[in-house]
Each structure stands twice: as structure tokens, then as C-alpha cells.
Design a protein around this ligand. Sequence first.
Ligand code: UGA
Length: 424
Amino acid sequence: MVIGTGYVGLVQGACLASQGHQVTCVDIDEAKVQSLRAAKVPFFEEGLEALVGEGIASGNLQFALGAEEGFSQLTPEVIFLAVGTPTGADGSADLLIFESAVKSLIPHLAPDMVLVEKSTVPAGTGKKVKAWLGRNDIAVASNPEFLREGTAVSDFLQPDRIVIGTDDDATAETLKNVYAWSDAPILAMNRESAELAKYAANTMLAARLSLMNEIANIADLIGANISEIETAVGADPRIGSKFLRTGAGFGGSCFPKDVLALEQTGRELGYDSRLIRPIIEVNTRQAEVFVDKVRAAYGDLTGVKLAVWGLAFNAKTDDTRESPAMRIIGLLLDAGAVISVHDPAAMDEARKGLGDGVVYGKDQWEILDGAQGLLVLTEWDQFLQADFGRVMSTLEQPLVFDGKHALPAEALRGLGLKVIGIGI
Ligand code: UGA
């Protein structure tokens, strides 16, 4: 059973069903459950809707409104908790939704069922879950997810590693059986280690990006090229070449939230981290550095017409949470620019944040008419591989701002476009 049908829970449920498990996904949002029963996923994640359809058709995947209905459909061996843990007022993970999900299960739990933390929850939460349950015959384990939005389905089906956190051998065996279809290494550890490993991985990745973005800012001042530096740094096998790409900062629902929550966990334990918060501060500033580049290109942004390709924080998702594109658009609007936008999946999500403040283009080309520059802020293939000859001939001024450092800059320059980014 999976509690919560967001990006994490629904991928977990649909993927496990595709591997032959009987799965019921439970949610308390009636409209969502209705939609999922009709094989309609209320958000976009590549490959997910097809997998949900297949799961329903095979009879392996069911949806239930609330725990009671869930337990009437299935007597689960394992229950994955995959509800949201948003940032609370002090930066910590807010566990109210998580706690209420755990408590909704209490009347239905039977001995030997395994309750699994799939949501990202601070180290030590397992102990709280035990206390909420008030009984000892239900095992509580941690099994963090390492999926990226946009590639979540393939990340799930081809994981690098599966982390299982429990001190109890029988519980570890039950969870290993859930993943028996995968040949990924299983890393068994105690529950606190598994809980903390999740935050460690995200904080490490976010730190790497902020550090590279700072180096890009310095590269700019000295006339160095960050893409070349990235290649040189990444060639060191101790560092590795992945996840070094710089730009206008990282986004998404995980890095900013998890980095702050790790800092707060330390603080609650009496540890004052000096390194963690600047990861977020650098990232927030990076969007401003990017907007300064745009401003510098025009002098004054009042009335300047700019087209934006990309609103989601990652390609192949419609998620705009903490998206650098949304932050940048806000700053440009404040500076008086006139903005038109297009994203293949995230227009509806973006509308919730941007309202009528921008023009929404039906496709990526119509918003170029009359535009004095183009900003590429999400690395969708249709943007990276666009016909830049057409971009050149449509834009009023040949300026392309690359917020992801993902465009073939040389080729664009060959067409007469000026490519502007941080450190390129
Ligand atoms: C991240 C982690 O990568 C996953 O392992 C983890 O499971 C997930 O958080 C989570 O905790 O749920 P996600 O935020 O979905 O995944 O997406 P990423 O692909 O990691 O991208 C995050 C941000 O970093 C994006 O804005 C992306 O553009 C940016 N990024 C990524 C860079 O700026 N440079 C890079 O080289 C890579």
C-alpha cells in the first residue's frame, strides 16, 4: 500500500505494480482519486500515465479514498508513507501531514505489517512514528527515494542503489523482497542512517551546484569559461562529471527544502552548521545575478519585450515549485519588462503563480514575434534543439540568455546570435 499519490507515491505505486506487486494507492483528495481511477494523472511526469493505465488494466494497481477504503481493498505487508513534508516556518520539515497519515492507519494495522518512511523525513522521525503508533508489533523502516522529477519512472526502475533502514532482520528481508526485481545494490543500515543519507545526498548535490555557480560568477570577472572549467574539473574521477552544470540556480521541491531541513535538524541537536545555509543563499542570489545580466544587455528593462522558453524547474515535468524560471520572471516583471512565456507542460502550474502578469504563448514560436530577446530557462529538448536560424530571423534583437548552460553556444554564435549566460 502507498499513502499519498504525489510525484513520489504514485511513481512508487505504479512502478511496483508494473513489477507484479498488488498495490493500492491511497489519497484523501477525492478528485485526485477519481481521476487516477480513470487512469488520468493530475500532473505530468514522463511515462507515468501510461504505467498507471497498465497497472489498472493488469489488476495490480488500485486507488482508494482514505485508509479505510484502502484496507478494504488490500491487506498490505508493507505500507509506504509518501505524503508531503513541506518546509515549516523555522526551515524544518513540517510533519503535520505525515503524522496525520500515520494516525489514519492506526485502526487498520495488524501485527507484522511494515510501515515505511518514503517521504523525506528528518533523522529521528522513525522514533516519533513508533511513539504515535503506541505499539511495538509494527516495524517502522526508512526507504528513501532518489528519483529526479522528469526521469522518475526510469530512475525507479533502474535505481543506482536501494537504501533500507531498519535494525530488524525480518523487516529488512520483507523490504528486500519488495525490490527483488531489481539488481541494484541494497544498502542496509540503521533507520537513522537511512533517514540522514537522503538529506546527505541532496545536500551534497545542492552544495556542488552552488559551489560551481560561485566559480561561474568568478569566471565571469576574469574572462574564463565555466563550461571549459566544468570539463576540466569533471575529468577528475574523484569529482566526476555529472551534476556540475551551472546557470541561474537550481530549483524543485527537494533541494531547497531538504537543505534547510538538514540545517534545522543539526540546530535542534545543538549543532550550528556553517556550510549548509550558504548553499541556499548562493542559489537565491544566482537568479539575481542572471537578471543583472539581462538588465546589463538593455540598460533599462522598462518596456523591454522578452520571450521565455521554459517554466518548470526540470524538463519533462510540469513542476514549477522553486523553479528559477518563476523567480527570474518575477524579478524581470519588477524591473518593468514585458514577458511572454511558453513551456510544453508547465503552463497551468505557472499560471497559478504568474496570473495575468505575462502573456502565455500556445507554442514556443509565437512568443518570439516582436521579442527583443529570448531566455531559455528549462532544458526541454524542443528548446535545446530548436531551429535557431528561425530564432535569429524572428527576434528583434539577436540576444539569447541561457539560464541552464545547455545551449550549443558556438552553433548559435555562428548564426549571429549573441549567447549570454553566467561565466560563459
Ligand atoms: C533531486 C535529486 O536529484 C534526487 O536524487 C532526489 O530523489 C530528489 O531531489 C528528491 O529528493 O525527491 P529533483 O529535484 O527532482 O531531484 O531534480 P534534479 O534533476 O536533481 O534537479 C534539481 C535542480 O538542479 C534543477 O533545477 C536542475 O536544473 C538543477 N541542476 C541539476 C543544475 O542546475 N545543474 C546540474 O548539473 C543538475
